[in-house]
Write a protein that binds this ligand. Structure first.
Ligand code: C2E
Ligand code: MG
Ligand code: MG
Ligand code: MG
Length: 287
C-alpha cells in the first residue's frame, strides 16, 4: 500500500483501516500456524453447577490461544477472524477432538461446546461431528452444542439439515447468550433446544436493575412452560446465585463457582470431590 501517490489520494487513504486489515491478515496467518502446530491452542473447561444442590452437572469447553509473541488472545478477538476466513471449521473440529480426549473419564452428564453459525452452515458439519464422536467413543447425548440466537436457520437449508442430523444422533442443543438477539418465540419452540443460557448481562444487573430480575424470571418461566432447562451465565456473587436458585433457574455458571480451567485442574477437582462423600457435594467458591 503506497502512501506516496500524492496529496489528492491521501484523503482516500485511511491508515487506521489499513492497519486493521494488516492485523487481521497477521492473525489469520498466525491462527493457521497454530492449527498446524497446535501446542498454542488449549481447551479450558468451566464447571456447570446444579442450582438445587451445587453439584457439577457438566462443563463448557472454551478455546484458549496462547500466541507465542502476543500472549493469550481472547476468543472474542480471534473467533470472528476464524469465521471470516473459514478457519473456524478446522478450529471447531480441533476443539471437539480435544474435548473427546480430555473428558473421556469424566463422570458428568454433559460437555457443552460452542458451535459457530459458520460451522452450522457447512454442508459437512454434522457428518464431521458424528465421525469425531464415533472415532473417540464419545456418546452423542453427552455433547451439548451451544448456538447463538443468530444461528436460527431457515427451513430446508444446510444449517437445518445439520441440526436435524445431529438431533437424530442424540446431540443436545443450548441457546447461548439468550435475550440479546431478536429471535421470535415461535422459532425458539421449533428449534427444540434443550436449554436456554441466560446472557450474563441480565445477571450483572441484579440488585441495581429490577428490570433485569423481571426479565430473568420471565425467561425461566418461559423455558419451564415449553419444557426447556435454563442456565444463568456470569454468576459472580452469592447474592446472584441465591436469587437465581429462588427463581427456579436449573444451572449456574460463573466465576463464583469456578473460572474456566485447564483439563488437568478439572481432573484434580473431580478427584477431590469424589472423596468428599457424605459431607455434601456442594461446590465451594473458588476465585
Ligand atoms: P460464551 O459461549 O457465552 O462463553 C462464556 C464466556 O463467559 C466465556 O468467555 C467465559 O470465560 C465467560 N465467563 C464465565 N463466567 C463468567 C463470569 O462470571 N463473569 C464474566 N464476566 N465472564 C464469565 P470466553 O472464554 O472469553 O469466550 C467468549 C466467547 O467466545 C464465548 O462466549 C463463545 O461465544 C466464544 N468461544 C469460546 N470458545 C469457542 C469455541 O471453541 N468455538 C466457538 N465457535 N466459539 C467459542
Ligand atoms: Mg457458550
Ligand atoms: Mg454464553
Ligand atoms: Mg455469553
Amino acid at each position: 500500500h503506497s502512501k506516496r501517490s500524492g496529496r489528492s489520494s491521501y484523503t482516500l487513504y485511511d491508515p487506521q483501516l489499513d492497519q486493521a486489515a494488516t492485523l487481521r491478515r497477521n492473525m489469520e496467518r498466525d491462527l493457521r500456524t497454530a492449527l498446524d502446530r497446535p501446542g498454542e491452542l488449549e481447551v479450558h473447561y468451566q464447571p456447570l453447577i446444579r442450582a438445587t444442590d451445587g453439584t457439577i452437572s457438566g462443563f463448557e469447553a472454551l478455546l484458549r490461544w496462547h500466541h507465542p509473541v502476543q500472549g493469550s488472545i481472547p476468543p472474542a478477538a480471534f473467533i470472528p477472524v476464524a469465521e471470516e476466513t473459514g478457519l473456524i471449521l478446522r478450529l471447531g473440529a480441533w476443539v471437539l477432538q480435544q474435548v473427546c480426549t480430555d473428558t473421556r473419564g469424566w463422570l458428568v452428564e454433559t460437555v457443552a461446546v460452542n458451535a459457530s453459525m459458520v460451522e452450522l452452515q457447512d454442508v459437512h458439519y454434522a457428518a464431521r461431528v458424528e465421525k469425531i464422536l464415533l472415532e473417540n467413543g464419545m456418546a452423542p447425548h453427552r455433547l451439548e452444542l451451544e448456538i447463538t440466537e443468530s444461528a436460527f436457520c431457515e427451513r430446508a437449508t444446510d444449517c437445518e439439515k445439520n441440526i436435524t442430523h445431529l438431533r437424530q444422533l442424540g446431540v443436545k442443543f443450548a441457546l447461548d447468550d439468550f435475550g440479546t438477539g431478536f429471535s421470535s418465540l415461535g422459532r425458539l419452540h421449533s428449534l427444540h433446544a434443550e436449554r436456554l443460557k441466560i446472557d450474563r448481562s441480565f445477571v450483572a444487573g441484579f440488585g441495581t436493575d429490577k428490570g433485569d430480575e423481571a426479565i430473568v424470571q420471565a425467561i425461566v418461566d418461559l423455558a419451564q412452560a415449553v419444557g426447556m432447562m435454563t442456565t444463568a451465565e456470569g454468576v459472580e456473587t452469592s447474592e446472584q446465585r441465591d436469587l437465581l436458585a429462588a427463581m427456579g433457574c436449573d444451572q449456574l455458571q460463573g466465576f463464583l463457582l469456578s473460572r474456566p480451567l485447564p483439563a488437568r485442574e478439572i481432573e484434580q477437582l473431580l478427584r477431590a470431590r469424589s472423596l468428599e462423600v457424605g459431607s455434601g457435594d456442594r461446590y465451594t467458591a473458588r476465585r
